[in-house]
Design a protein around this ligand. Structure first.
Ligand SMILES: [Zn+2]
Length: 518
């Protein structure tokens, strides 16, 4: 109930402030804003880093309620100390208690309007044994993987050093950058030009159920001129980066069945069918030698890029040669198209395969009874996730397999079909892309041009995140701003944030918060 009250007060404020005349900063004033912020940051580096290490030391594994709750307490305190009005979705939905959406609002006199930012504070699960720098929730500073002991005399930080820890980049970096940008503006006697609403999701890595329920119940009260999603990596050229859409996704588990049980490879080799080979052939039939997906109709629904979008791609530096060296790759898939254009095409990848219990299982010299693979697709605007899954299934049938869906085969099916596959899948999510050229997204592009370099403007971010909930669900102008380094090991071991990206994140957000209304 308190949340309702809070929203009503907020709307009252908004109505009041919308009568006031906005006093936007000019471009020149903005760059002096940014340099004042940079100066403030230089004299507070140690403090900022320590505050960030503290935030990262709170475990935030999505679906682990206790972990998530401790973050809520910390993040609430962080923004209340910066004069935000903070509430959570648990106030109106007690069942959200373990992973609520945090809503933090800060109003400005004479605001040019309202900017709504989406960030998430949960992270993907960790396997501590795989982390080579420091454990995922005992964050550290490292130079090229070598841990640097934070002795008292370190007050300034080499921007090439990295902060290691789960969510260092995905997605606590924008939380800390935002908090420090607000602090820096206040410390340098500047005020944001906009009312600020932060929506901090505690379930982004596990489906954002509470966020979506909150939006369906209270979305109408979220009046903002522009929604900005703060997530995802900057372009590898290190240019400031904006994105105008996100990928959708769908996945399938495909299992080839050959026998009821594993069979001795001596007694039954040359006789018992081999599911691993059968699965291998099936998967190989889905792509040609160049990595182009050969499933019938796979690219049919793709919405082509517009002239402006193609032009934006052309102006982004091509960094593929550097990436080949960095990742140790001899030749990319579909080498005739540049990476940034390929982000606007659907993908199909085998993320995991399993037969005989995997290589780490004790060798039992038996031919496995089944082999399975997890197929993941990233989708782009225009593609219907369910139809795309159906195309994959139709392809499997076309290879001569009998396909059963979402269950194991019966004894009679095993006897009847020599080529037998079961497929499990659930819905999926469609991609979203908004057109270039909205005055407010143009204003963001102008605001974050650093030293005269225009941001990389990607029509589609590689990954997926709640972008359509704003752009389509709330019909709100929406754009994404990426802050973190491209090589951050997001979702993997040794996730990290380059300190330079933290410093620039503070600057980028302070520029957005003080940008003039178009
Ligand atoms: Zn994220």
């Amino acid at each position: 109930m308190q949340g309702e009250k809070h929203i009503k007060t907020y709307i009252k404020y908004l109505l009041f402030f919308s009568f006031c005349i906005a006093l936007p900063l000019t471009g020149q004033a903005q760059s002096s804003t940014a340099s004042a912020v940079a100066q403030w940051r230089q004299s507070h580096e140690r403090e900022i880093i320590e505050e960030y290490l503290e935030l990262l030391s709170i475990p935030n594994v999505s679906r682990n309620g206790e972990d998530i709750s401790a973050n809520v307490v910390k993040i609430t305190a962080l923004f209340e100390a910066l004069d935000f009005d903070v509430s959570t979705s648990a106030e109106s939905n007690p069942e959200d208690a373990n992973a609520p959406l945090i809503i933090a609002t800060k109003l400005t006199a004479n605001a040019a309007g309202t900017l709504l930012f989406y960030i998430h504070y949960d992270g993907v699960p960790v396997t501590p044994a795989l982390w080579s720098t420091c454990p995922p929730f005992q964050p550290c500073i490292a130079n090229d993987g070598e841990v640097i002991e934070l002795t008292d005399n370190i007050q300034s930080f080499d921007p090439q050093w990295r902060i290691h820890g789960r969510s260092a980049s995905d997605d606590k970096a924008p939380i800390m950058s935002m908090a420090q940008a607000i602090k820096a503006l206040a410390a340098t006697d500047q005020t944001p030009a906009w009312n600020i609403v932060l929506l901090l999701d505690g379930q982004e890595e596990s489906g954002s159920a509470n966020f979506r329920r909150y939006l369906s119940e209270h979305g109408d009260s979220l009046q903002a001129d522009l929604a900005i999603t703060l997530d995802g990596p900057r372009h590898p050229s290190t240019r400031p980066t904006m994105y105008y859409g996100v990928r959708g996704g769908a996945s399938l588990l495909v299992k080839v069945h050959t026998a009821q049980q594993p069979l001795h490879s001596g007694n039954y080799g040359n006789w018992a069918p081999d599911p691993s080979v059968s699965l291998g052939r099936l998967l190989a039939s889905m792509k040609d030698e160049n990595g182009r997906i050969t499933i019938d109709g796979f690219y049919d629904q793709v919405t082509p890029l517009t002239f402006n979008e193609l032009q934006a791609l052309d102006s982004i530096p091509n960094i593929e040669n550097e990436l080949l060296v960095e990742f140790g790759i001899a030749e990319p898939e579909q080498a005739d198209t540049r990476l940034e254009a390929k982000l606007n095409l659907p993908t199909l990848n085998i993320l995991a395969m399993d037969s005989g219990g995997g290589l780490s299982a004790p060798g039992i010299t038996a031919i496995p009874a089944f082999a399975q693979a997890r197929i993941a697709m990233r989708l782009v605007q225009g593609i219907d996730p369910v139809q795309q899954q159906e195309k994959v299934i139709a392809h499997i049938r076309a290879q001569g397999f009998h396909v059963i869906e979402n269950r194991e085969p019966s004894a009679s099916e095993r006897l009847q079909y020599p080529r037998l596959v079961s497929v499990s899948y659930t819905g999926g999510r469609a991609a979203v892309r908004v057109p270039f050229g909205h005055p407010l997204t143009d204003a963001v592009a102008n605001a974050i041009s650093l030293d005269g370099i225009r941001p990389a403007q990607l029509p589609t971010l590689g990954g997926g995140l709640p972008f359509g909930d704003f752009a389509e669900g709330l019909d709100m102008p929406t754009v994404g701003v990426a802050l973190v380094n491209h090589d951050n090991n997001q979702h993997g071991p040794d996730e990290n944030l380059k300190i330079q990206n933290l410093w620039e994140g503070i600057e980028i957000l302070s520029r957005i918060l003080t940008m003039p209304a178009p």
